[in-house]
Design a protein around this ligand. Structure first.
Ligand code: ZN
Length: 230
């Protein structure tokens, strides 16, 4: 597993990415792939000399099953503490149905069809409900940035190391160095405000739920996208 920056590794399936932050205090996972992907995560950890038992914290960007999917099994194997956005925590705990992708709002007839196709994550206990101004200290010195829109509570995480690394989640994607809105996202005030908010921060690299990493010039790429939205 190649490091994105020192101590941070990509773990992916064909459809979704999650990330390992390897530190002195143990391993933090940012997102957990789909349900039943704990073996993929375990194999990736083995490649850096770690195991599921070393996972001390799981931080999820939002409640969709391709991000929180294996959180319950990772927690069962490790006893990891779970951090979830305050606005999505009820869904992560299984108390609410997962929010559908934002584009479905305008196509209500699609909702039952989408529900029947979308994977469903096992509910998991959330020890820390987090937000930009709530939740206290996070593992691995992660800083929370509120980026609602893709889901009501979506957050991104900033790791202030080596020029800064932003874990974007599904707030955006990038193709060939160009930031884009993302497949299931659309121009809508909350969502666009989140992109403007991301562009206020400085970070050299960015990693995504569904795109290859931007290794350099990442906050400048977000700024160019925000300029193009005006
Ligand atoms: Zn999502």
């Amino acid at each position: 597993m190649d490091a994105i920056i020192s101590g941070v590794h990509l773990v992916s399936t064909r459809s979704v990415n999650s990330y390992v932050i390897d530190g002195d205090q143990g391993v933090t996972l940012v997102d957990t792939l789909l349900p039943k992907n704990e073996d993929t995560i375990a194999n990736a950890l083995a490649a850096i000399g770690r195991s599921l038992a070393d996972v001390t914290a799981v931080a999820v960007t939002h409640a969709h099953a391709d991000h929180v999917g294996s959180a319950a099994s990772v927690k069962a194997a490790s006893g990891a503490v779970v951090y979830a956005p305050i606005g999505d925590a009820a869904t992560v705990r299984g108390e609410q149905e997962p929010p559908l992708p934002p584009m479905v709002d305008r196509l209500p007839f699609l909702k039952p069809i989408m529900r029947s196709f979308l994977p469903v994550a096992d509910p998991v206990a959330v020890e820390h409900e987090i937000g930009e101004h709530v939740g206290g200290a996070l593992p691995a010195d992660l800083r929370v940035i509120d980026t609602p829109g893709h889901t009501p509570g979506h957050v991104s995480f900033l790791l202030e190391r080596e020029g800064g690394l932003l874990f974007v989640g599904d707030a955006a994607v990038a193709r060939n160095g160009v930031v884009k809105r993302g497949y299931m996202n659309r121009a809508e005030p909350t969502f666009d405000a989140s992109l403007r908010h991301i562009a206020e921060f400085d970070f050299e690299a960015a990693v995504f739920g569904h795109a290859a990493p931007l290794q350099s010039g990442a906050s400048a790429a977000f700024n160019r996208f925000v300029e193009s939205m005006r």
